[in-house]
Design a protein around this ligand. Structure first.
Ligand code: AMP
Length: 291
């Protein structure tokens, strides 16, 4: 079993011992309820580092007042087993008091990027994310921290924050792990009933449809987006918040195909809100076109 620590002092003691041995430190922050997507991040960290720290902390400040903080799944025993199997050496499970001690009043905010897309629907979400991730990164100060492409806007905000604040940590973004039918793994998938699970396929299906059409040379983005939005609205139990094609660097809408585009979707399936995304490559930008 990996060593489990709770306090910042115990964490730092373990890290100091690893550093004294000249070990390279990789870090995977999570909210627990771990699945194969999280495992892929720990495995990537294992491949590239000697000491692999995973944190498990359900961060209250990134949930809105009507969101699922209190019922978010907490599965510590299974999480520790997954961490061990994936190669974590240290698991940090801070309490709310450790992360936000009495008197805590500092926040970290990325301005513009946090207001777009998810920020429109969850206005305080990213302030909570960037604040907690900054605290986690400063507690560990890893060589590399690993995040999932599944949360595309989140990894872009974190990259921006790390760059802007001169944090000496490399950020790695790992590919989204999916079920065989395409549904992106998410801790929230366990909220879905059988029929909702069926309908949830429509999100990745919409993304892959757009990806394939653009790879085949489609240049009219607006009708394409309208077509998939209509399909999503027509899917039982699905209520889309958005489906959009934007620049992967700025998240600003794009009107014509080019390099570095991403399609992003957010929808409620029943009462569960899911997000997913897919990078888009027009034929003129595909590796085969260039070689
Ligand atoms: P969470 O526990 O949901 O906060 O996620 C912790 C990390 O795991 C984040 O960097 C997520 O982007 C990443 N992650 C979540 N789901 C997946 C997935 N299906 N594939 C790859 N990474 C994921």
């Amino acid at each position: 079993m990996p060593t489990v620590v709770t306090t910042i002092e115990a964490l730092r003691e373990q890290l100091a011992a690893a550093r004294a041995l000249g070990q390279r430190v990789g870090f995977v922050p999570t909210m627990g309820a771990l699945h194969a997507g999280h495992a892929s991040l720990v495995e990537a960290a294992r491949r590239e580092n000697d000491c692999v720290v995973a944190s498990i902390f359900v961060n209250p400040t990134q949930f809105g007042p009507s969101e699922d903080f209190s019922r978010y799944p907490r599965t510590l025993e299974a999480d520790l087993a997954l961490c061990e199997a994936a190669g974590a050496t240290l698991v940090w499970t801070p309490t709310v008091d450790v992360m936000y001690p009495p008197g805590d009043q500092t926040i970290v905010e990325v301005e513009q990027l946090a207001r777009l897309l998810e920020g429109r629907h969850r206005p305080t979400h990213f302030r909570g994310v960037t604040t907690v991730v900054m605290k986690l990164l400063l507690a560990v100060i890893p060589d590399v921290a690993y995040f999932g492409q599944k949360d595309f806007q989140q990894q872009l905000l974190i990259r921006t924050m790390v760059r802007d604040l001169f944090l000496p940590v490399r950020i790695e973004t790992c590919a989204t792990v999916r079920e065989v039918d395409g549904l992106a793994l998410s801790s929230r998938n366990r909220y879905l009933s059988g029929v909702e699970r069926e309908s949830a396929r429509s999100l990745s299906q919409a993304l892959f449809f757009v990806r394939d059409r653009i790879a085949a040379g489609e240049r009219q983005l607006e009708p394409l987006v309208n077509e998939v939005l209509a399909r999503l609205w027509a899917t039982p139990l699905v209520t889309p918040d958005y489906f959009t094609i934007v620049s992967a660097n700025t998240l600003e809408p794009v009107t014509a195909p080019g390099p570095d585009m991403v399609a992003l979707v957010a929808a409620r399936v029943g009462s569960t809100r899911l997000i997913d995304n897919c990078l888009l490559v027009p034929p003129e930008n595909s590796p085969t076109a260039r070689s």
